[in-house]
Design a protein around this ligand. Sequence first.
Ligand code: NI
Length: 277
Amino acid sequence: MSDVRVTKRIEFSSSHRYHNPAWGQARNIAAFGACNLSPGHGHNYLLEVTIAGAVSQDTGMVVNLFDLKQVLLDVLVGFDHKHLNLDTPYFSSRIPTTENIATVLWSVLVARPEMAGLKKIRLYEEDDLYAEVTAQRIAGGTAVITRRYHFSAAHRLHADHLDALDNQRLYGRCHGSSLHGHNYTVAVTVGGPIHPETGMVTDLTVLDRLVRETVLARFDARTLNDDPAFARIAPTGERLSKFIWDLLVKQIGEGQLERIGIIETPESSFEYVGGRP
Ligand code: NI
């Protein structure tokens, strides 16, 4: 029987500070902004642990979720309500970024015999920022980070080559003569080595500026059909995810663009993984 994946989520709260002791204060502030302020600040982290394995004939389970929760609680004693820089042994020589915390949690969890099937760790620092590591990524010294952005835009789905009846059949309520709007979420996932000086896969300040200038300024509070990219084709979520990939892929500074996600409504989302230049 093929493997089944099981994911358990658990929260913990920690404080941290981004500070590279090899740098002076000005460079630390320039690189990390308010995240450099002493003694630090806190987050409610959400840890997602995915285990893969065969389903037991006896129990019908891959892993006993009560046992798994206990392992996670045991491990998180070392992190929960701690200052990650000051109260744990893991961050004396690396900055407790989301990528590095996920990497440390992987190494601590994988050492436990109960975690033999550990497949993936996803760690949320907040709803709009999370890191992921897998065995393959750990072996390669890489991680991925996903940053989510938001914009609101109007659109209308209409294909020029179809008549009114076929447009109505194809796009239903999303056709029609009037526009409707969505609160779009764009999830930008970047992967690569964790930079030893910053602890980051990609500089989030640079990524934020790029997405703000390239994507949000272009689409927020606009009508997608008025954009030259969608002047003659329907601005579907599929096309939007591919178009945003194309806008960003050559401009990511550190790391590589790995995927673009679009959440159009709570019920509809899209992901695109394209080729790289
Ligand atoms: Ni922080």
